[in-house]
Design a protein around this ligand. Structure first.
Ligand code: SAH
Length: 218
C-alpha cells in the first residue's frame, strides 16, 4: 500500500477546499485527512483522487464526491463510540471515514462484487468496520439494532420505515430521498413514534435498489 507525502499533501489541499466550501466539522475534516481515498478508486484515476470529484467503481456504481461525503457525514453529527449503520458500502470510503471518526460501523452492500472489493481494501488499509455484510439494506440489521446513526448512501424513492424503526430515540438518519435527483434529508427520532424531518438541498446519488443480486436472479 503506497500512501506517501504526495498523497498526504493532496489530502491537506482537499481538506482546505472542503473548508472553503463550508464544511466546518473538525472531526469530519480530520478523518478525510487520514483516509487514503486514492486506494479506493481505480489506479487509472489515482492522480485525481483528491479533487472534489465522483468516480466510477465496480458494478456501475460511484464513489461520491468528497464534498458530498463530508456534507452527509457532518449532518450525522457522529460522536465517538456511536453505533452507525451505513447502507451502500460501495468502495468502503464512507465507512472508513466513519471508522476514523471513532464510530462503531456496521455496513451493508447489495452487490457481491463491491462487498468483496471493499473487504479487500479494509484489510489493506487496516481500517475496519465492526461488521460488514452483503444483503438488502432496506432490511437494515435488526439483530444489531438500535443504532445511534444511520447513513444511506444511495438515493431512495421512499422513506425506508424499517430503517427508522432501527434508530435509537435521539438518533439521526441521513438519507437522499427522491429518484433522479434527491433531497438530502435527516430524520431525528424524538420519541418511539415521532420523527423530526429536515431538508438540506439537492444531491445526486445512484439509486437504492431492493433485494440482492442473488435474490433477483432466482
Ligand atoms: N458509500 C459508498 C458509495 C455508495 S454508491 C462509498 O463510499 O464508496 C451506493 C451503493 O449503494 C452502491 O454500491 C450500491 O450497490 C449500493 N446499494 C444500492 N441499493 C442497495 C441496497 N438496497 N442495500 C445495500 N446497498 C445498496
Amino acid at each position: 500500500m503506497i500512501d506517501d507525502f504526495k498523497h498526504k499533501g493532496k489530502r491537506e489541499q482537499l481538506v482546505r477546499l472542503l473548508r472553503e466550501k463550508g464544511i466546518e466539522d473538525e472531526n469530519v475534516l480530520q478523518a478525510i485527512n487520514r483516509v487514503p481515498r486514492h486506494l479506493f478508486i481505480d489506479s487509472a484515476f489515482e492522480e485525481f483522487a483528491y479533487q472534489d470529484n465522483a468516480f466510477p467503481i465496480a458494478a456501475g456504481q460511484t464513489i461520491s464526491h468528497p464534498y458530498t461525503v463530508a456534507k452527509q457525514t457532518s449532518l450525522l453529527h457522529v460522536l465517538k463510540g456511536d453505533k452507525v449503520l451505513e447502507i451502500g458500502t460501495g468502495s468502503g470510503y464512507q465507512a472508513a471515514v466513519l471508522v476514523e471518526m471513532g464510530a462503531e460501523v456496521y455496513t451493508i452492500e447489495r452487490q457481491k462484487e463491491l462487498f468483496d472489493f471493499s473487504q479487500r481494501i479494509f484489510r489493506k488499509i487496516q481500517i475496519r468496520p465492526k461488521y460488514a455484510t452483503y444483503g438488502d439494506g432496506y432490511k437494515g440489521l435488526p439483530s444489531f439494532a438500535p443504532f445511534d446513526r444511520i447513513i444511506v448512501t444511495a438515493g431512495s424513492a421512499t422513506i425506508p420505515k424499517t430503517l427508522l424503526t432501527q434508530l435509537k430515540i435521539g438518533g439521526i438518519m441521513v438519507i437522499p430521498l427522491g429518484t433522479t435527483n434527491q433531497m438530502m434529508t435527516t430524520f431525528l427520532r424524538v420519541s418511539e413514534r415521532d420523527f423530526e424531518r429536515m431538508e438540506f438541498g439537492d444531491c445526486q446519488f445512484v439509486p437504492m435498489l431492493e433485494r440482492t443480486e442473488k435474490e433477483v436472479k432466482r
